[in-house]
Design a protein. Structure first.
Length: 190
């Protein structure tokens, strides 16, 4: 219900796909079949019912706007590719032809904010986290992290809510719990 009220057009398909991924990691055929049918019903409703999903009828205009924002973001990256322009770089750029809070693409946003050098500095952190996540692949927390990561990546291709502190805090709290779980398991034998 919350997704319908927010009218966020990228969140609904993202949540549906992430739920399918979560059910695949559980290996539950009944859940997967139910979610598959539910997804098909939602997709059909999105295309044929503007009353249930009113903003989907304007999705073509939105994609045109996104392309313009992405072109601006690429130009900004070309200007500051080495070190980036700092947090909220797109919002603070005064010359962009379409003002927005962010670049509406997680890859472009991270590149224009932190540049190549900044991303190389934080890359070892994410590589280390990926190794720790892989180490707990037999636990339920692994499935949750995979589903949340799918949400972040898919939603990040058209919007970038992960760079907002509220969303990032929730995601990284779950992600960093992996370190606590793996440390706890190495100290105690169950």
């Amino acid at each position: 219900i919350v997704l319908f009220l927010t009218e966020n057009r990228t969140a609904l398909p993202t949540i549906l796909i992430a739920t399918l991924v979560l059910s695949l990691t559980k290996n539950s055929k009944k859940v997967f079949a139910f979610l598959g049918v539910f997804t098909i019903v939602i997709v059909v409703l999105m295309f044929f019912s503007n009353k249930i999903f009113p903003r989907y009828e304007f999705i073509g205009n939105s994609l045109g706007t996104r392309k313009e924002i992405w072109k601006n973001a690429i130009e900004l990256f070309k200007q500051t590719y080495l070190f980036g322009s700092g947090p909220m770089a797109y919002q603070n750029a005064s010359w962009v032809t379409h003002p927005a809070n962010h670049a509406h693409n997680i890859l472009l946003d991270v590149l224009i904010n932190f540049g190549i050098i900044g991303n190389l500095v934080i890359a070892p952190l994410f590589i280390g986290l990926c190794k720790q996540v892989y180490d707990i692949r037999k636990r339920n927390l692994f499935r949750l992290i995979i589903a949340l990561t799918v949400v972040v990546i898919l939603h990040g291709m058209l919007d970038v809510t992960i760079l907002w502190h509220q969303t990032a805090y929730i995601y990284f709290s779950v992600l960093l719990a992996v370190g606590k779980v793996s440390t706890f398991e190495s100290k105690f034998i169950f």
